[in-house]
Design a binder for this molecule. Structure first.
Ligand code: BEZ
Length: 262
């Protein structure tokens, strides 16, 4: 029996078919507004494209990602940047940062308090945190269709998995405030995202990002599920010859106060 067992990130598939992740992230770099010589940490840097954009202004950038494959590719492409394999929930640098940046990563981190604590601890006082992640309701259409297809086949444990954390604005900003951050900007907005492949856009998205729902399932069944899910989304997610994912973003800017409130 052939099954899907791949849990590693496929950095080539990411760069070739899902480059919207870092293309949309360029707008978040504008919000970060990096300055020459600032020390900036990119949490969940992937293949390093945004870390490189930030470094181009003359900032000293460190990129971390828990995926060895992503970091290997980032180092090959941008050897001048300091990239390290580190988890968002467990990192410590001797020298703290002027700013911490994170694009499309923190929804993968189920232990959100640990990530917030690490980001707070590694930021200088008056330093800023600039992040964007999936917010409440993110890719709901795709996930509901995928879970329905799994449940229909009796794969209830697979369907019940919690793979991501998509918080509401008040929930995430509340956690940041609880740790000591002062939230200066927060928005929760829709971003319908065009998928590259006009034939297999939804199937490709699931194979890239939602593969843990399909692990251990026979390849023929996987193909059947992918076809069923994509077909069921035709009315809601296909327009003018293109597939779209129903992204909802949470964008937050928060400051570590100059002195502790406590
Ligand atoms: C996101 O960027 O919102 C996202 C990416 C992959 C899986 C789930 C969400």
């Amino acid at each position: 029996m052939s099954t899907i067992t791949e849990t590693k990130w496929n950095s080539s598939l990411y760069d070739n078919k899902h480059d919207f992740v870092f293309k949309y992230g360029e707008d978040l770099v504008n919000t970060l507004n990096p300055q020459p010589n600032e020390r900036i940490l990119d949490v969940g840097c992937g293949t390093g494209h945004l870390a490189n954009t930030i470094a181009q202004v003359g900032a000293q950038v460190v990129g971390i990602d828990s995926s060895l494959e992503m970091i290997t590719k980032a180092k090959q492409e941008y050897p001048q940047i300091d990239f390290r394999v580190l988890s968002a929930t467990d990192f410590h640098f001797d020298e703290s940062f002027d700013a911490i940046f994170s694009n499309a990563t923190l929804h993968w981190v189920l232990d959100k308090e640990a990530a917030i604590d690490c980001m707070y601890s590694n930021l200088k006082r008056s330093g800023r945190l600039v992040l964007e992640m999936g917010g409440k309701g993110n890719v709901d259409g795709i996930i509901v269709a995928l879970k329905n297809a799994l449940q229909k086949r009796g794969l209830t444990d697979k369907a019940a998995q919690q793979v991501w954390y998509f918080p509401s604005l008040s929930e995430y900003t509340g956690l940041l405030e609880k740790r000591g951050f002062r939230v200066t900007y927060a928005a929760h907005f829709n971003r319908e995202t065009e998928l590259k492949d006009t034939d297999n856009g939804i199937k490709d998205w699931i194979k890239m990002f939602a593969v843990s729902y399909l692990q251990g399932i026979d390849e023929n069944i996987v193909n059947e599920i992918l076809t069923e899910v994509q077909d069921s989304l035709y009315v809601s997610h296909f327009r003018n010859g293109k597939w779209y994912a129903d992204y909802k973003r949470l964008r937050v800017v928060a400051i570590k106060p100059p002195t502790s409130f406590k």
